[in-house]
Write a protein that binds this ligand. Structure first.
Ligand SMILES: Nc1nc2c(c(=O)[nH]1)N[C@H]1C(S)=C(S)[C@@H](COP(=O)(O)O)O[C@H]1N2
Ligand SMILES: [Mo]
Length: 317
């Protein structure tokens, strides 16, 4: 079977055009090929969150319906509209996140504690997928370093490893290899301890003022704004401190295309496409989506470049 890669996707202009046609035809039926769009925009029952609002930002927010309707979450299918469709009834309460491994104080958070254990704040971040599209998202969450401080990493801990839920009954992509893009589940990601401790690194539980919709990784996902989107693992159930570097999901699937670091870098192209610029999701009309230059470390160079001093970013992509 042909392995699907991140590049085997529907461009958003075609997606939205298809949506127009489906709507015009009055077709709402769910099929694997045609996203059932009416579901993608019905997340008004999500709970409102208490959080400290972000300060003023020059960034132009991506419209909410794009953030929640144009997704990558292969456990729910590889089409951009599939997650909103197939994750609609994904059960996120009850939920537990286990924090363990090389820590002095392992602990577990339940669903309510995800929203109450650490004060929530809003962060407006650029988001850049390795497929060369981008968004700006008003996330809500807390710094990962707050959670790590509670866990107290041992001195031999060098990496933080994250696991997505494994539940083939709820996640059709885990049940069917083709539907799930050929990935070995559960989805695993990792950061160096220094990356995980960085104040920009967020555990997100919401966006646009409300709890995360399932398609965006409810109830809790990682957000590392200077890295490619695939590092931003969704629906996390386990966080493990480790002495050794984990083998991460996309690295395992195609190591020559997706590395462990995955720092956004306009000067290091993907083997099959340029990373110098990006399509701005939500800008322009159906077929006139704007392109903009991609920034080093996705615009967070001042804040994070020191983490990679002396590292060859061409080798460590
Ligand atoms: N568990 C899991 N996490 C995941 C993915 C996935 O398929 N499964 N896709 C990643 C990719 S490629 C991207 S671009 C982002 C997309 O996040 P968004 O849908 O909230 O924009 O989620 C990342 N996290
Ligand atoms: Mo991505």
């Amino acid at each position: 079977m042909k392995k699907l890669t991140e590049n085997d996707v529907t461009p958003e202009d075609i997606f939205y055009q298809r949506r127009k046609i489906i709507t015009a035809m009055g077709l709402g039926a769910a099929t694997t090929m045609l996203p059932n769009i009416s579901l993608a925009e019905s997340n008004n029952t999500l709970k409102k969150l208490d959080f400290k609002a972000a300060g003023k930002s020059d960034l132009i927010l991506t419209p909410e319906n794009k953030v929640t309707g144009y997704n990558n979450f292969y456990e729910f299918g590889v089409d951009k509209g599939s997650p909103a469709q197939y994750a609609k009834d994904f059960k996120v309460d009850p939920w537990t996140v286990e924090i363990g491994g090389e820590v002095e104080n392992p602990f577990t958070l339940d669903y309510n504690q995800l929203f109450t254990q650490f004060p929530l704040e809003e962060r407006i971040y650029r988001f850049r997928c390795v497929e060369a599209w981008s968004m700006v998202v008003p996330w809500i969450g807390f710094e990962l370093n707050k959670l790590l401080a509670k866990a107290k990493p041992m001195s031999r801990a060098k990496y933080v490893v994250f696991h997505t839920l494994y539940d083939p009954e709820q996640m059709p992509g885990q049940k069917n290899r083709f539907f799930g893009g050929g990935i070995d589940y559960p989805y695993v990601e990792g950061l160096t301890l220094a990356e995980a401790m960085h104040p920009l690194t967020l555990m997100s539980v919401g966006l646009y003022g409300k709890a995360l919709p399932p398609q965006n990784g409810a109830p809790i996902r990682l957000v590392v704004p200077w890295k490619y989107g695939f590092k931003n693992i969704k629906s996390i159930v386990k966080i493990t401190l480790s002495e050794t570097r984990p083998q991460t999901t996309w690295e395992k699937l195609a190591p020559q295309e997706y590395g462990f670091y995955a720092n956004v870098n306009p000067n290091v192209d993907h083997p099959r496409w340029s990373q110098a610029s990006e399509r701005v999701i939500g800008s322009g009309g159906l077929l006139s989506v704007k392109r903009q230059p991609t920034l080093m470390f996705n615009g967070y160079e001042q804040e994070v470049a020191h983490l990679y001093k002396g590292l060859d970013l061409r080798v460590n992509y």
